[in-house]
Each structure stands twice: as C-alpha cells, then as structure tokens.
Design a protein around this ligand. Structure first.
Ligand code: NAI
Length: 735
C-alpha cells in the first residue's frame, strides 16, 4: 500500500552534481519524476580547472527517459544557477546545496586564499544559490532545501580549520532559514554525509570507500525533500546505510551571580562541577527555549531572590525556619523534557510488564493506543524539586540527609503526552511545625509548550530535626489524606515487585544511593537498599486503574498518598481498594511483613465518559469515501480474491474514535465494505487514521509510509497485509 515517494512536476536543483554525492541525488530525483538542473563547475577538488562533468550526468538521466539540463556556473554565481532552472523548467522547488572543494592545511599554514576560497564555495555559495531560489519558493508556498555540512565542522578535524568553519556556518544558515521559511512551507535541513568520493579517496582505504556508497546518503535527501515530510531545522549524520539525528544538549547549569555582589572567576571555579554536569540536561531547540531560563534568572537575581550557589561565602542560609520568608521567595521555573523512551522506562520501573493485559499501550511506542501512565506526572515535579534542594532559600533550613518524603498529591489536567517539554513553576506553599521535624509543602505546576497546565503536584517533605521553631501545627495549604471506609475492601490486587525494581526505577530520575548502594543504605539504618516510595505509589495507582478504570488513563483525575513504611525490592505489594462514587480509597501493604506502606490514599477518577457511539455522521469525510468504495468494488470482480484479507478501519477525529468501517475482501466473492466491526471473522489488520487524513492517504497525497512513520496512520495486526490495500486504493484513486 505504501505509495512511493515521487517528484513528478517538481524541479530539483543539485549543485556540484557532476560526480560524487550530487550525482547520486540528481539521478535519483530524475528517476522519481523531477526535472533536474545538474550544476557543476567541473573543477578539481581544490577548486581549479573546468570540465563538463555535468553533461555526462544529464546524458545518463536523459538516456533513462528523465528530464535534466546542465549548468556550469560556479555556485558563487547563484542567480545564474537558479536562472537555468527557471529558463528550462519555469520553477524551482527543491535545492540541494552540495558543491564543495577542499583546501586542507594545518592551521598555521592556511593562506588567505585557502580560507577565502573554501568560504566562497561552501558558505557563500550555499547562501547565494539559496537566496536566488528563495523568492520563487516563497511565492509558490513550497520549497525544500538541503544544506551539506560535515563531521569536520561538527566535531573539528585536524587540517580542516577553513573547511570546518565554513561547514558549521552552513548549519547556522540552515537553522535560521528553517525558522524564516516555515510559514511559507519552505523547509530546510542539513546533512553531514559520509561517502566514498574523490573528496575522500585520499583519506580512506579503497575497501571502505566502496562500502560508503553515495546511494546510501541519497535516500535521506530524497525523503527530506518529499512534499509530505514536515521536518525542518534538523541535522543528520548519514552514511553506510545509517542515519542519525543530532541536537544540542545543555547541562542544568549553575547560577553563580548574586544581586549586589561581583561575579568572580572563583564563583565559576566553585560551581564548575555543576556547570558541566550533564546528569540533568535539556535540549533547547529554539532561541526562545534557550533564553527563557536566562531571562527569568536575570529578573530573579536582580530582585535579590535567587541565591542558588555552592559558594561558601553564602550568607543567606538559615539556621532557623522562617515560613513567611520562605513563602515570599520566588524560585526560578525549571524545564522538564521527556520522550517516549522515558515514558516506557518509567512504566517498567513501576512494574508494568508484558505479562499484563493492555501492556502494549504502555510499553510500545508503536502501539496505536500508546499512552503515558498518569503517575509519570510526578517526575517533572521531582526534577523541579531537585533544583530547590540545591538552592539556598532564606528562611529554609533544609538538610538533605534528613529529608523524608511524607506525602504526595498529583492532579492531571490533561492526559500526559508521550513527549513534551514542561515548564515547572514551584512554590513553597507552607511549612508546618511537627515538633520532631518540619513538614515543607512544595506546590509544583507544570505547563506544556503552549502554556497550558498539565499537572499539579504537592510534595510534602518531612525534615527531621527542623521542628520546634514556633510554627503552626497544620496548614490550609495542605491537601489532606482521607481514611478508607471501615468495610472489607471492594477489591484487592497483589503483585510482587522485582528484586531489581529500585535499580530500574531510579533511572527515571531519583538517583539517591539509598535505593541501590548497600553501604549507603546501611549508613541510613537500613539492612538493604529500599524501594522508592514513588515506585510503590506507581504500583498502587496502576492497581486502581486496572481494577476500576479498565487501564484507561484518561479516566484519572488525581491521587493522594501518605508514605508510611518502606518496601524492599522483591517484596510483594497488596493494594486493598474501596469504591465510593468516583473516589477509590486504597491502602498498600507489604505481604511479607504486614507493614502498611501507603495510607490515607485515594485516586479520584473523572466522571464516566460517555461511551463512543458510532457516528453515522454526514460531516465525516470517511463516510462518503467508504460508501463510494463499497459501491465501486461491486464493479471490480476478482479484486477481493486478489486482496483476500479483512481490514478494520478506526476513524478518529480530534483523537477520539468517531467511526469504524470494515473492508472485508475475504469472506464473500466480491468483497464487502460496511460500517462497524467485522461481522464474521476477526480483522487481519486494523488501521487507525484521522478522518481528515483518509482521503489524502487513498489518493497517495499522503504516502502511506510517511503517514505511518509520522504516526498519522496506525497499523495493528498483520502489517504486510496493509500493503495489499494499495491495489484497492488504485481502484479508488478517483474518489
Ligand atoms: P565531489 O568532489 O565528488 O563533489 C563535489 C562537486 O562539487 C564536484 O563535482 C565539483 O566539481 C563541484 N564543485 C566544486 N566547486 C564548485 C563550485 N564553485 N560550483 C559548482 N560546483 C562546484 O565530493 P562529494 O564527496 O560528493 O561532496 C559533496 C558534498 O558533501 C561537499 O559539500 C562535501 O564537502 C560534502 N561532504 C562530503 C563528505 C564525504 O564523505 N564524501 C563528508 C562530509 C561532507
């Protein structure tokens, strides 16, 4: 069913296409329907001489029935290069900036000419050809641009200072073009190829050159230039059949400046470990993302509120708790970025297993129902709190080794997405004086990229020995625990944790050695490392969702627990549950010793959502498409036998399923298409797609492979059979 990627009616310009990589791109574009301008100056690898290498490539394309013209201008004459496309084919849609030369010298020996020529061909050449093409792409609201950088630019390479500088300049150019072009559907990506060519033949052994064919780079270039590919502003390394995406990574950093104090090199030295520590990092991908943190910090530092530093000169650390001072303190927001891998790792950490029903949707990103366990929502708050622990907050006496996690409340305002960057706003809501210690209430709100609230956490931490400061004994800010009903539980789930449970769970963020290192655990008074409280918490909420919400994560509203006794990895958890309306009270015990580990706990579920009804709605495009298809298959005898499979189509709108159709090309001779699930046998293959994408898929406008890769089309069951739908679509392509 996968429609091949085609460029019919489009014009592609490839610079430096007389040989090497450029030639491979030019041949492939032409083979797939594009009219191609083969630009090449035809010089030697150092930029000297001229030849008509482009002619040979044009001849080869024409011999195969393709359309191509040659252009012999240097990329330094960008206007002329682009004019050839306009004169011969009337437009320009795709531009691959590929032309290149080398002038390798150790840095001390680089002449002005070596430097300038490399910059003129690579960086300035890419600029000039792109600038000439840009207004045409803008006018037609379509353009695909590929820039060519090099590993030498990304990582540096001996003898290539001129080349590295120009090549990384190209990446900067590409990043900005991606930003400026997006609103006109001009997308720009950069590749760092590795291929055997005359540029590399002197530095690589012949057998390696043979294995690094330009044809192993070409497919990425063509994919990125496909109309339906929406990728932009990205960087890839590609070669030998391997493709990987690169991005920036930034440490959490350290604030080394304080209001009213000079910022000194010693401040930097004293914070160096923190400045360079990648344990917690983020991946800013825009200037805005990169600078938001700094802007906030500037405001905070200059208002005298932020004093996060390891400097021993700190004079703001408190010996006594001062709740009012602490509450007035503004903590900088922090970012939490996660992806599908983190979500799956977390699910494994809280005991999710392939033994369980419905496991795929939590453990496999390719599942058509892939979703995030609601308790994953504690992780952003957790990372935000780590920042607080390393902040010297006036009036807060926090001794890290004496902190116990007392209670946790989590509320979700929307189901968690499989990947996101959340901004966490953290506030110390109150401090309660419990005598033997202080209970500090941290409120953390997490917002998504659009600024919409995703989660609210309240973490209550007990700081042993910090009590008796004359504070109040309770607080209105505290979200209370609730006792369970006195009757026998309505349901009980018992489940063993794994001996490696803490070792897996800690990879989701809490790397406290107490949970893995026996000697550290011994120092803290435990015989062996203990399980994280939030891990037992995850187990228990899973039990509730399994028992009362059919594992439907959208039904979750909030959870509150108190952590009472520790659990050891490998012990068995028993969750007793009581249903009172939408509230499920629960208590979690350790079966082996009867210790109650979670008390006063409850999960609130959302109101029962109305079950999805089959919508026989005329405003669904899919209705008319399937009805028309059903009429047409009657006049295509033999089609059913050719396909011989049953397909179920789940049609969604705004993420909700709104209709189901069965395409049964197996049960009866002529096949049958009707609304609803398969009547006779089970579907061999189930496809899920949004109503608005179905027509594009059927007509090939949205290539199936692309739809699948981008998640627009989900396929369950026998995927190979889905390819047979291509036969059916061809019949229906005039729909
Ligand atoms: P190549 O030497 O086979 O191809 C480069 C082509 O550009 C040549 O045909 C040359 O005549 C042409 N050219 C040079 N100056 C020109 C100008 N001023 N105007 C028009 N055409 C000009 O080399 P290859 O390996 O195919 O390189 C293609 C691109 O990939 C280059 O930008 C190179 O820097 C880059 N690259 C290649 C790597 C590899 O492993 N082959 C590694 C990293 C980057």
């Amino acid at each position: 069913m996968a429609a091949p990627i085609r460029f019919d009616g489009l014009v592609a310009l490839v610079t430096g296409a007389g040989g090497g990589l450029g030639k491979a791109y030019a041949l492939a574009f032409a083979e797939r329907g594009a009219s191609v301008v083969v630009n090449d100056l035809g010089g030697d690898i150092h930029g000297g001489g001229r030849s008509k290498a482009a002619d040979k490539v044009v001849d080869e394309i024409r011999a195969k029935g393709g359309k191509a013209v040659a252009n012999y201008d240097s990329v330094e004459d960008g206007d002329k290069v682009v004019q050839t496309a306009l004169d011969n084919f009337g437009r320009i849609d795709i531009l691959v900036n590929n032309a290149g030369i080398l002038r390798d010298r150790s840095f001390a020996r680089i002449s002005d000419q070596d430097w300038d020529l490399i910059h003129r061909v690579h960086l300035r050449g890419s600029f000039l050809v792109t600038r000439a093409a840009w207004p045409h792409m803008k006018k037609q609201n379509f353009g695909r641009i590929i820039m060519t950088t090099s590993a030498a630019g990304i990582y540096g390479n001996f003898g290539q200072a001129n080349y590295s500088a120009a090549k990384l300049g190209i990446l900067g150019l590409s990043n900005t073009l991606a930003v400026e072009g997006e609103k006109n559907n001009i997308l720009c990506n950069t590749i760092a190829p590795m291929a055997g060519s005359r540029l590399t033949e002197t530095v690589m052994p012949p057998d390696i050159i043979g294995a690094l064919k330009p044809d192993y780079v070409m497919p990425l270039v063509l994919f990125l230039c496909d109309k339906s590919c929406q990728e932009t502003g990205s960087l890839y390394e590609v070669g030998a059949g391997w493709i990987a995406k690169l991005r920036w990574e930034r440490t959490k950093g350290a604030i080394v400046r304080r209001q009213g104090q000079a910022m000194t090199p010693e401040n930097v030295r004293d914070n160096w470990d923190k400045i360079t520590d990648f344990t917690e990092s983020d991946n800013p991908s825009t200037v805005q993302e990169s600078s938001v943190l700094m802007m906030n910090l500037v405001k905070e530092i200059d208002s005298g509120r932020t004093v996060r530093t390891n400097s021993t000169s700190s004079n703001s650390s408190s010996d006594r708790m001062d709740p009012e001072l602490v509450k007035s303190y503004k903590i900088s927001p922090s970012m939490f970025t996660y992806n599908e891998r983190d979500v799956i790792l977390y699910a494994l950490g809280i005991g999710m297993s392939t033994r369980e029903e419905n496991y795929l949707k939590f453990l496999y990103e390719g599942s058509d129902e892939f979703c995030v366990l609601p308790t994953f929502g504690v992780l952003p708050s957790f990372s935000a709190m780590r920042a607080v622990f390393t902040t010297d907050i006036p009036g807060l006496k926090q001794d890290l080794v004496k902190i116990l996690h007392g209670e946790q409340y989590l509320e979700l305002f929307q189901p968690l997405k499989p990947m996101a960057t959340l901004t966490n706003r953290i506030k110390i809501a109150d401090i309660v004086d419990k005598g033997s210690g202080a209970l500090v209430l941290y409120n953390i709100e997490s917002f998504d990229e659009k600024g919409e609230k995703v989660a609210f956490n309240q973490s209550s931490l007990f700081i042993v020995g910090s009590g008796n400061f004359g504070g109040k004994r309770t607080s209105d800010a505290m979200i209370p625990t609730v006792d369970h009903p006195k009757r026998r539980p309505d349901a009980t789930v018992t489940e063993s944790t794994n001996v490696d449970q803490a070792a897996i769970f800690r990879l989701s963020g809490d790397r406290n050695p107490l949970h893995i290192d026996p000697s550290f655990a011994a120092m803290a008074g435990f015989q062996t490392p203990i399980l994280h409280g939030l891990c037992s918490f995850g187990f228990a909420v899973r039990h509730v969702l399994q028992q009362f919400a059919n594992n439907d994560v959208t039904k979750f509203k909030c959870v509150k627990v108190r952590f009472s006794k520790p659990v050891l990895p490998g012990q068995t958890l028993q969750t007793d549950m009581w249903k009172e309306g939408n509230r499920i009270h629960f208590v979690t015990k350790v079966v082996e010793n009867g210790n109650v580990s979670l008390t006063g706990a409850y999960v609130d579920l959302k109101e029962e959502s109305t079950p999805v009804t089959k919508q026989v709605s005329t405003d669904l495009q899919s209705t008319s498409i399937f009805e028309e298809m059903a009429r047409r298959i009657k006049s295509s005898p033999g089609l059913a036998a050719k396909i011989n499979a049953i397909f179920q189509w789940n049609i969604t709108k705004g993420g909700n399923q709104v209709a189901q159709w069965t395409v049964d090309m197996k049960t009866s001779k002529n096949g049958e298409i009707y609304q609803g699930e398969p009547k006779v046998k089970k579907a061999d293959c189930t496809l899920t797609i949004d109503d608005s994408n179905l027509r594009d898929l059927l007509t090939g406008k949205l290539p199936a492979a692309q739809a699948f890769m981008s998640g627009k089309l989900k396929i369950k069951g026998n995927m190979m059979l889905a390819q047979k739908l291509g036969t059916l679509f061809q019949e229906q392509s005039k729909l």
